[in-house]
Structure formats: C-alpha cells, structure tokens
Design a protein around this ligand. Structure first.
Ligand code: HEC
Length: 101
C-alpha cells in the first residue's frame, strides 16, 4: 500500500515532482540517456519509449528505477531521487512526454 501525501498529486492524479521540472528533465535525458540513449532509443540499456514499455505498468517502471535491476548495469536511483520524482519520471516515460516522436 503506497501512501502519497496529497501535495504530491496534482488534481488529475499526475505525480508532481519535488525537484524542479527542468532539472528532472535534464537528469532523464543526461543520466538515464547516458545508458538508454540521449533520445531514449536504447544504448547500453534498452529503449525507454512508450512503445518499448508497454509490457510494464507505471508502478513496475517506478520500482525498477527505485531499486535498479540487480546483476545488471541498471543502478538503483532511490539514494538520488525522491519517490515523487521517480513517479514523475515513470509517468513521463509511459506517456513519452519527454521524448519527441
Ligand atoms: C549505468 C547505465 C544505466 C543508467 C545510468 C540507467 N539505466 Fe536503466 N537500465 C540499464 C540496463 C543495462 C538495463 C537492462 C537491464 C537488464 O538486462 O534487464 C536497464 C533497464 C531499465 C528499465 C527496464 C526496461 C525494460 O524494458 O525492462 C527501465 C524502466 C530503466 N532502465 C529506466 C531507467 C531510468 C529512468 C534511468 C534514469 C533515472 C536509468 N534507467 C538509468 C542501464 C542503465
């Protein structure tokens, strides 16, 4: 059971990041992009575009970002990112809002 503070959610239920938006966008494009490709089309790690993530629900993506994938190069991000930030990134990856088609 995940308990979110009300301030962590916008009216439409979309997670609102605690860090500034542009800082988080940069992190996804730079840090995640260093392995997953600058346009998230894949590199060392798999592509992270919506069409590549259809097998994963948003919550599963958040869990992967939080804990990493043991035994692979995918690191855990929970030391660096607040839970709401991780939810925000998962939502953006699912909707593809950070990457142009
Ligand atoms: C040091 C390299 C590296 C960095 C940095 C990295 N990843 Fe990964 N990521 C990987 C690798 C490698 C895999 C595939 C692991 C495997 O073999 O299952 C992966 C897998 C994933 C998956 C699962 C994809 C799928 O289809 O199963 C997601 C989601 C993901 N990463 C998100 C992120 C996000 C978001 C960030 C930035 C916050 C990030 N990664 C940063 C290397 C990285």
């Amino acid at each position: 059971m995940v308990i979110l503070s009300p301030s962590a959610l916008l009216a439409d239920g979309q997670p609102e990041p605690s860090s500034s938006l542009s800082a988080l966008e940069n992190l996804v494009m730079q840090d995640c992009g260093s392995c997953h490709g600058m346009t998230l089309k894949g590199g060392l790690g798999p592509a992270l575009r919506p069409e590549n993530l259809s097998h994963l629900p948003e919550k599963a993506i958040a869990a992967i970002i939080r804990e990493g994938i043991p035994g692979t190069a995918m690191p855990p991000w929970k030391p660096l990112l607040a839970p709401v930030d991780i939810e925000w990134i998962s939502h953006q990856l699912k909707t593809g809002e950070l990457v142009s088609p």
